[in-house]
Design a protein around this ligand. Structure first.
Ligand SMILES: Cc1cc2nc3c(=O)[nH]c(=O)nc-3n(C[C@H](O)[C@H](O)[C@H](O)COP(=O)(O)OP(=O)(O)OC[C@H]3O[C@@H](n4cnc5c(N)ncnc54)[C@H](O)[C@@H]3O)c2cc1C
Length: 501
């Protein structure tokens, strides 16, 4: 029987592990943390269930969604109950707050209230995004693989859909800014920069067009929803799928080294010395952690290693996790994005604050009469250390998050019953992640996210430092690409038939 060891149980690691188990492989997932899920893990404190990272999801309750995670859950025989909601959230600029409606016509109508000319320009952009989404729609992510066998598989199974996608090839390789070339309205341009930043960590110039097309299309044609039980419920569903198909998950199992002999991977060594053998090892750790820490320098060609380690990284985060009294907040919405200053760039640390209050959709996440809050903003990793000034600095740097929350919940500070502030050091420690980064800063047209392949035979990579990039749908797709690459196209076709894809 084929066997693989997966390093890390982020959504990428769990996806590739569960899918390989589904394909009949013997799979062991080794997770360093005591809680699985990586950026998507949930944690409990005093009756509050906190998301550590993602809270914007789509398509969980729609079997026809293009979300690769939904397709993976279906082949595993799993599902995640979720609450659909609209608007997606509220964007708060200094001069105006407005709801982000999921359906494009309503979104456009909101834009028209502020700038009728901008709404006309947006309408044309929307057509381009939806055309790209429709092009992508014909080919399920579950069919994709990262080798030459992709082409015969696609031409054999989806010839018409491939033909339909051809006119979109230019847009697929382009940036969101390319699609926006005739958008002059500064208000719409700023809005698109913000939307791109929320998705990729980069503005329109740096964000690849298909990523935005996917998001707009799913928002409008599928459903925006939140998993009952929080992001941890998604992690648990993938783990159930992994177990159902015979895979194993070991928590508190930190991999110290990937073992390589004569250019081939042979297994891993855990902290404590235990060695696990397998001819295939898949790292869900970042590119920097995998190549810098888990391998010896001599395991990789020097130039390749140097270039990979030079991949630029997006900053880390300040996090605020709060438990608050909910009395009088009956109409509170679950998502908010506060931009403090329009003079400053949306990417400036502290300027754009993301707020999620998931107990609005799932009251079980907080004790009765309370809400659970996660707010976060970009924060550079450099300069952070646990020295005498750490606590003071932590409070200072969390202040933009408190101010953002006060815009949404007046009198917030008097409501707090539980407060946890996280810095880039906290983020890096809990996610076992290089500099606590959100992911690689690989701008559209300036480079591509690398595929799952590495120069070492038997060693593969998945997750947000591989193709297609950052975000839960993307890392689920990275897991699919890797698992499919390791099996025959016939095995993949069988799974696709099961789902009528
Ligand atoms: C604050 C925040 C908010 C976000 N919001 C959203 C959102 O709303 N919607 C969305 O779609 N995306 C969002 N994202 C992005 C998304 O959550 C991530 O891109 C995605 O979850 C990353 O998954 P991954 O598979 O790359 O692995 P990670 O989540 O990075 O997990 C990697 C795992 O590997 C483990 N590991 C590392 N090294 C070792 C080792 N040596 N041995 C054993 N285990 C190891 C780690 O402990 C970790 O569990 C957000 C991210 C953050 C940080």
């Amino acid at each position: 029987m084929n066997s693989a060891i997966i390093i890390g149980s982020g959504i990428g690691g769990l996806t590739v592990g569960a899918l390989l188990a589904r394909y009949g492989w013997q799979v062991q997932v080794c997770e360093s943390h005591r809680i699985p899920g990586g950026a998507a893990h949930s944690f409990k404190r005093r009756g509050f269930e906190f998301d550590s990272g993602p809270s914007f999801y789509c398509g969980l309750s729609d079997p026809t969604s293009l979300n690769p995670l939904q397709q993976v859950l279906q082949v595993l025989g799993e599902c995640v109950p979720a609450v659909a909601y609209d608007p997606l959230g509220y964007y708060h600029f200094p001069e105006v707050s407005w709801p982000i409606r999921c359906k494009t016509a309503e979104y456009r109508a909101e834009i028209a209230r502020h700038t009728p000319q901008g709404a006309n320009e947006f309408a044309r952009l929307e057509q381009r995004l939806l055309a790209l989404y429709q092009g992508l729609q014909g080919i399920p992510t579950l069919a994709l693989r990262a080798d030459w066998q992709l082409l015969p598989l696609l031409l054999g199974r989806y010839p018409l859909q491939v033909l339909r996608l051809l006119p979109q090839l230019g847009a697929i390789q382009g940036s969101m800014a390319d699609l926006m070339q005739d958008v002059q309205d500064p208000w719409v341009r700023r809005l698109m920069d913000l939307e791109c930043f929320l998705l990729s960590g980069l503005k329109a110039e740096g964000t690849v067009a298909p990523e935005m097309a996917f998001m707009f299309g799913e928002r409008s044609r599928s459903v925006v929803d939140y998993p009952i039980g929080g992001s941890g419920a998604i992690v648990q569903a993938l783990i159930r799928g992994l177990h159902r198909w015979g895979g194993q998950l070991h928590c508190n199992a930190h991999v110290e080294k990937i073992l390589v002999k004569s250019g081939k991977v042979v297994g891993v060594r855990l902290r404590g010395g235990e060695e696990l053998q397998a001819p295939v090892v898949i790292s869900n750790a970042t590119v920097w952690d995998t190549y810098q820490t888990l391998l010896k320098p001599e395991d990789l060609p020097a130039t390749y290693r140097q270039q990979a380690l030079a991949t630029p990284a997006i900053a880390s985060f300040m996090h605020l996790h709060l438990g608050i009294r909910a009395k009088g907040l009956e109409t509170l919405a679950g998502h908010h994005v506060v931009v403090h200053s329009t003079e400053q760039d949306v990417t400036s640390p502290g300027n754009t604050c993301m707020i999620s209050i998931p107990s609005v959709w799932d009251a079980t996440l907080a004790p009765p009469g309370h809400h659970v809050i996660h707010a976060y903003t970009l924060e550079p990793y450099a300069g952070w250390q646990r020295d005498a000034g750490y606590t003071t600095r932590k409070r200072e740097r969390a202040e933009p998050l408190f101010r953002a929350l006060e815009k949404v919940i007046p009198g917030l500070r008097d409501r707090i019953v539980l407060e946890l502030i996280g810095t880039p050091l906290t983020h890096a420690r809990y996610l076992r992640c290089y500099q606590g980064t959100y992911g690689p800063a690989i701008a559209a047209k300036q480079g591509m996210f690398p595929s799952c392949h590495t120069p070492i035979a038997g060693l593969y990579r998945v997750g947000h430092t591989t193709l297609p990039g950052i975000g839960v749908p993307a890392v689920a797709a990275s897991g699919i690409l890797c698992a499919n690459t390791l099996v025959s196209p016939q095995q993949t076709s069988k799974l696709l038939q099961l789902l009528n894809l």
